[in-house]
Design a protein around this ligand. Sequence first.
Ligand SMILES: Nc1ncnc2c1ncn2[C@@H]1O[C@H](COP(=O)(O)OP(=O)(O)OP(=O)(O)O)[C@@H](O)[C@H]1O
Length: 210
Amino acid sequence: MDLRVTDLAVARGGIPLLEGVSFTLNAGEALVLRGPNGCGKTTLLRAIAGLQPALQGQITCPPDQIAYAAHADGIKATLTVAENLQFWAAIHGHRGIDAALQSLNLADLADRPAQTLSAGQKRRLGLARLLVTKRWLWVLDEPTVSLDTASVTLFAEVIRTHLATGGAALIATHIDLGLSEAARLDLTPYKAQMPADLGFDDLGFDGAFL
Ligand SMILES: Nc1ncnc2c1ncn2[C@@H]1O[C@H](COP(=O)(O)OP(=O)(O)OP(=O)(O)O)[C@@H](O)[C@H]1O
């Protein structure tokens, strides 16, 4: 199994952001996407996860092979931690959440309503969801937001285990996860050229407020 992205171009809000992005991700590999705020990392991940169309290019991995962890945790506030994981496992046709609880250090919080968790605990729950989907490719958008140092290290180990068992991970992050084995792709050189007739000289404005 692999993800092959070929000559991908993406836009958001009608503005072209990235073009000519190509890479391959094989089983057992991680790729970290870098680039300044607003360059289009989230947009690229959304396109790969099948949440929005690409302007052009090919993506080989079907969305049903992908577990996408977005900025929002997608937690159901009134369910407990265990019930949230059971819900997600059932949606993906699986049972058993113990490994996910243990891996993200959530066992002691299993019976707590999710709405009572701290931000970092919620984030760990959102990331534990990845494990119960049993999907091959994890697409992770700033997965470590709200995590303390120990939890970042813990999550890096979770990713490592996923890779060691034939999974793959595509990660947009501004911080160093400590995954020295991961490849890196800086998206800065793939910034889309603005069509001349829009009158922009950058992603900013060209005097529209004057
Ligand atoms: N819903 C939206 N409608 C219109 N434009 C949007 C929308 N969401 C994001 N954008 C714009 O699209 C551009 C790319 O956003 P995106 O979130 O993909 O960047 P990013 O590289 O992930 O940024 P960051 O590092 O800040 O997370 C930005 O200029 C942003 O303002």
